[in-house]
Design a protein around this ligand. Sequence first.
Ligand code: AHR
Length: 327
Amino acid sequence: MLKKALAGIGAGVLLFGLTACGGGDDGGSDDGLVVGFAQVGAESAWRTANTDSVKAAAEADDRIAELKFVDGQQEQEKQIEAIRNFITQKVDVIVLAPVVETGWTEVLAEAEQAGIPVVLADRGIESADEDLYSTRLGSDFVAEGRSAGEWTAATFADDADGTRILELQGTTGSAPANDRKAGFFEVLDAEGLDYELVDSQSGNFTAEEGKAVMETFIATHGLDGVDLLYAHNDEMGLGAIQAIEEAGFVPGTDVQIIIVDGSAAGFQAGVDGKLNYIVECNPAFGEQLMDVVVQVANGESVEKFTPVEEGVFDATQFEAELPNRQF
Ligand code: AHR
């Protein structure tokens, strides 16, 4: 295996060697595929687990010669630059986890012109650009939002005063933020829940921003009479829990809380009674991704979207599930 044979060679020589033998105008190499991966960033435990899963799967897979990894630091410009570099390097397949849904047309058209297939991992892009990528492997974010909505509609069905909700959205313009919101409110409306969205702001999927936005929510609206906080990921929910405690309220009791992801830290907060419902988002699809990458490189037909398996957990399940969490 080429990457094993080159394991002891210095980084500069390694880069030259793999660039020289990978990809190429014929789109292949006898030693395996060269794959460029433009990752979103490192904003959450989910993201770190996803990066680890993809890197480990590529390393263990004899069909992959090299994974060129770029951390986009949650900036679309950095991801676009990474894709252009992958095109220059003539990688065999580009994997993109797009930070936001829009603004990809030009660079993906460049990849298409260069004959390099693009696989979307995790997040999606706007449907107008559907022809510019081969397939997406990741979560059904609308379904995740619907799961959160179903629990909310059932839990607050008998709330005579109406259910007052705060929402911490993910990164503005990202697929999970758009879809988790859409799925959630679609179900509340369909179920006829009497609710008021007190406020809804982005916490950019990070604990720091989630905490800061929650502090602003509390300063602006107070927490008395607020029934539910819907946080689009664990980090923002955990940051918000800190803000709630610092303001003298009891998270999970004074205000019920839903998070999405299901990290060990999230489950631990559930075991501690600080939150009430967890919608799982599964980051461990590295091996599945390598299969898709190879299929696409071989010109095989693949489904346009392959969802990963995910579950939901309420307070009766947190303790038993905690030891199973992988990130
Ligand atoms: O795109 C998946 C989302 O991105 C995860 O829910 C979140 O934690 C991450 O930042």
